[in-house]
Design a binder for this molecule. Sequence first.
Ligand code: GLC
Length: 552
Amino acid sequence: MPSAPVPPPAPWWQSAAIYQLYVRSFADGNGDGTGDLAGVRAHLPYLASLGIDAIWFNPWYPSPMADAGYDIADYRSIDPVFGTLADADALIAEAHAHEIKIIIDVVPNHGSDRHPWFRAALAAGPGSAERSRFWFRPGRGAAGELPPNNWQSIFGGSAWTRVTEADGSFGEWYLHLFDPAQPDFNWSSPEVRLEFEDVLRFWFSRGVDGIRIDSAALLCKDPDLPDLAAAAAPGPGHPYTDRDEVHLVYQSWRAIADTYPGRMLIGEVWLPDAARLARYVGPGELHTVFNFPYLNCPWDAAALRAVIDATLALSSGAPATWVLSNHDVDRVVSRYGRPDTAFDLDRRPYFHALGVDLAVGTRRARAAALLTMALPGSVYVYQGEELGLWEVQDIPDELRQDPIWSRTAGADPGRDGSRVPLPWSGTEPPFGFSPPGAAAEPWLPQPKDWRELTVAAESASPDSMLALYREALRIRRSSPALRDGPMSWQPSAGGVLAFNRIPAGAGAGGLRCVANLSAVPVTLPAGATLLLSSGPLDGGLLPPDCTAWLRL
Ligand code: GLC
């Protein structure tokens, strides 16, 4: 009898552990205080030993850095502060040699005001073809002194800035949903579409395995640019968020990705409506989208279970993604150490005003790491999460860099606190982030107390966050149950999340994850072997704020 055909292996991105690498804060190879590609290359063995499958790089392109590189002046090169295109090519090859895939960040909603197209648009004047690649409009009011509509920048203030024309007169206004240094591209323009399709091919041809699409729901605008109604919800009636036309863009991008084997597209899509979010991973569109409801969810069993169920129900075929933190939100140790453990970008000042219990936050972050890494789908680890770094809330005002800080006149502290350079070794700043004798200090100051959280210190301690991440990633990588096994909830006490991952046809090769978010210790199933726990058991009981993995 012929043997049954072996099913093809599942695509790598369906269950990958992906390390989010924020280049400027990872490792500084040349001593200028800013992380760079040389620093990344020198630390690839660290990432390989951590047990991750892929790296997502935040933008590395030439940029004036008005928004930490999310203002791109050239989509086909590398900023000199990070290195050269040859460095990127070498990095891609070296990562592949370690069996690590590379995902890069592409920012299609807006470019930099230093992008050659925007310079040309300013020079060419009103009504020109050059201006039609952006959103230029005359102002309102008798002398055009008022912005064309009432849209607000996501970073604070108006979403419009008035230009001075070549003859020195006040001129048109241009749209920027973020900083004035980030003019929005006009996605009704065929030139814009063709340009980005070419950018995708450029990077896929260089061996990049995936693309993270920045601000993916914002690209298409209502060409009439009407005022935003107070109650406008994202969707077809919204003038710029989640309009239906945006899906045509991603259908064309998917067709391009499909011409390169094994490549993936992941969208940054912040939408409250799960059904609208699901459209981005519909047939012929993106492979995955980020799961922000999970990241915003409080440390509460019922709330987390509801988000997990909603995520898994999102769309047939598209694997879930699980994210505890990234470069835009407060670090997880601080979030879970506050009396209110939820998070919301729009209410950062409120969260920063709450106290933080770092011991509680760290215990919960450990438990959350094991819960997250046991869920089906891919998992993202934001650099420093594996060290248990906390949100640095006391950066001196004069050193803050995030435009959110300046555009809100300090009302919103912004995101710098989650972007502080990594501590690698030693007992004082720069903690091995820069080479010995470096001329410059790290671009943001590191807390002195991070001496206990360096890679070197944590590598020497079996109880460290790093040791936990290494062991969890190792088990996850080698376990068919955690890679492909379907998930099934198990009966549990109130405040406890318990589920199995059992691979098809594997008999007893399953794994049980039990996360205790209640205030009392709970029993573990009899007869199961403990594989890993986020903290010590208490006489055989699983203590509060602790997660265990058990072999069934
Ligand atoms: C995304 C990025 C964020 C950036 C913004 C504008 O939300 O994650 O860091 O500021 O887009 O590009």
